[in-house]
Design a binder for this molecule. Structure first.
Ligand SMILES: Nc1ncnc2c1ncn2[C@@H]1O[C@H](COP(=O)(O)OP(=O)(O)O)[C@@H](O)[C@H]1O
Ligand SMILES: [Mg+2]
Length: 464
């Protein structure tokens, strides 16, 4: 049975990455539109506890474009049995900066003591390419996606005629004025820093970064299979086995990130890309952050926000485990457990915590989703004393060969069609940007003058 009030909005061909900064003042003029952005006038307060509002200036950067198209017939991709060991049984986004330029207020006193990471990201070598390739060495072949502050282009090394995948890249282009206007400088620097040092089979690779007078650029591996979002909408919903395959890879990626005390904070099918073999790659580290304990930066996507984020209670790794519960439900059911036409309505439902369970959700799947969606993070799966190991050990994952999965030895459920190295059939067909919007890709620019370095338009990102 379908959800009775399941709304029919969001077409999958629309970009879904509009940045919104939401005011959470709970009145009818809840959103103030500023082109495609909404800016906050006041602090984030939980919708059901308006008395908790505080002074200050905060914005929440969320993607609150309606995300869900109406339900229809179910088309299921093939079931991957191989990721289970033989013989095993199987079952079935703001900030709370107080007039500061900085994004986050970490290191505040919090109830629990900070935990040191198992490993330190600063000990990892940066694997960024240093200077051997210039922006002008690439030609633009297509637009893969539009994002919060810019777009992602498919680029190819000029003059490379071979069909080698090594010559095609995804280039994330972020508008400096947008980054500065939405006060995301620190997030963009964190995205670069974190991606330059992490290395994992289920996380996109960052090779180099650049900037010109208008944009910053991140050169990444091109992941050609498209968003999991597209494949999920096409299939309507996934079987438990398909869901298990994808969720297991995400669990491993999160386990890896959390070992550095990196929280990801933007888990959703739009940020999960299928590579040519059908394995997921986590992309978009725009909200990722190294956090010893909790942070108060409010960012993410409404449907995926944990209650503690909505309640401005400080959040940490547990918020990623919550998002795993939402993702698991969305894959099994076809839409997320808490949805509404407005972000405000979504927050109310998250805080109420009532979940509708369609018949196709089997008891064990229900059990793991409920364990992830525990409103009390101290009781939430992944955030208990056993940490991520508890997730791996949950009976829902019984039979998963985690090592084989991480070695990518298991056949993925959906193998995307990719004919050539620069095939973009799995992405929406968006127009190329005008040349004047990507000046550094067209011709080499002269280095900025001293005055320009302090210019808000030509803002210099020192790290890039
Ligand atoms: N490495 C990549 N390979 C292929 N497509 C990508 C890659 N990175 C991003 N994209 C596409 O661009 C979209 C926007 O990129 P993303 O990093 O998520 O930006 P934003 O922070 O604005 O959401 C993604 O949802 C995806 O469709
Ligand atoms: Mg994204």
């Amino acid at each position: 049975m379908e959800h009775p009030t399941y709304p029919a909005f969001r077409s999958t061909s629309l970009p879904s990455h509009t940045a919104l900064a939401l005011s959470t003042t709970p009145d009818s003029s809840f959103f103030r539109r500023d082109s495609d952005c909404m800016l906050s006038d006041g602090p984030i307060t939980p919708p059901l506890s308006p008395e908790r509002s505080e002074d200050g200036d905060a914005a929440i950067i969320v993607d609150s474009e309606p995300r869900y198209s109406g339900p229809g017939g179910q088309v299921q991709p093939s079931i991957p049995h191989a990721h289970l060991r033989e013989g095993d049984s199987r079952h079935g986004s703001g900030r709370r900066s107080h007039q500061q330029d900085v994004m986050d207020v970490d290191g505040r006193a919090s109830a629990s003591s900070p935990r040191s990471p198992q490993r330190h990201l600063e000990d990892e070598q940066s694997h960024l390419e240093k200077g051997s390739l210039k922006l002008t060495d690439f030609e633009v072949k297509g637009t893969l996606g539009t994002g919060t502050f810019g777009r992602v282009l498919l680029v190819r090394l000029r003059g490379s005629s071979s069909q080698s995948t090594a010559n095609c890249f995804a280039l994330k282009v972020l508008r400096k004025t947008e980054i500065v206007r939405l006060r995301q400088v620190e997030h963009v620097n964190a995205e670069r820093y974190i991606l330059s040092r992490v290395r994992h089979p289920f996380i996109v690779d960052l090779y180099a970064t650049y900037q010109d007078s208008l944009n910053v650029y991140m050169l990444m591996s091109y992941v050609p299979g498209g968003e999991l979002f597209t494949h999920l909408r096409r299939a309507k919903r996934f079987t438990a086995d398909v869901t298990r395959f994808y969720l297991a890879t995400i669990i491993l990626a999160l386990k890896y990130l959390h070992s550095f005390n990196i929280i990801y904070r933007d888990l959703k099918p739009e940020n999960l890309l299928l590579d040519s073999r059908g394995y997921l790659r986590l992309t978009d580290f725009g909200f990722a952050k190294i956090v010893d304990d909790r942070t108060w930066t409010l960012c993410g996507t409404p449907e995926y926000l944990a209650p503690e984020i909505i309640q401005s209670d400080g959040h940490g790794k547990a918020a990623d485990w919550w998002a795993c519960g939402i993702l698991c439900y969305e894959m099994l059911v076809g839409y997320p457990p808490f949805f509404d036409e407005t972000a405000y309505g979504i927050y109310e439902k998250i805080l109420k915590g009532r979940i509708h369970w369609p018949n196709q959700v089997d008891p064990l799947s229900k059990d793991i989703i409920k364990a992830f969606l525990h409103p009390d993070r101290s009781k939430r799966l992944g955030n208990l004393i056993g940490g991520s190991q508890d997730v791996l050990d949950h009976p829902w994952f019984r039979g998963v060969d985690w090592d084989a999965l991480e070695r990518r030895e298991i056949r993925a459920p959906i193998i995307p069609h990719v004919a050539t190295v620069d095939d973009t059939r799995n992405f929406s067909h968006l127009p190329l940007p005008p040349a004047e919007e990507i000046p550094g890709l067209i011709r080499e620019e002269r280095p900025p003058s001293i005055q320009q370095r302090f210019d808000s338009v030509a803002y210099q990102f020192l790290e890039f």
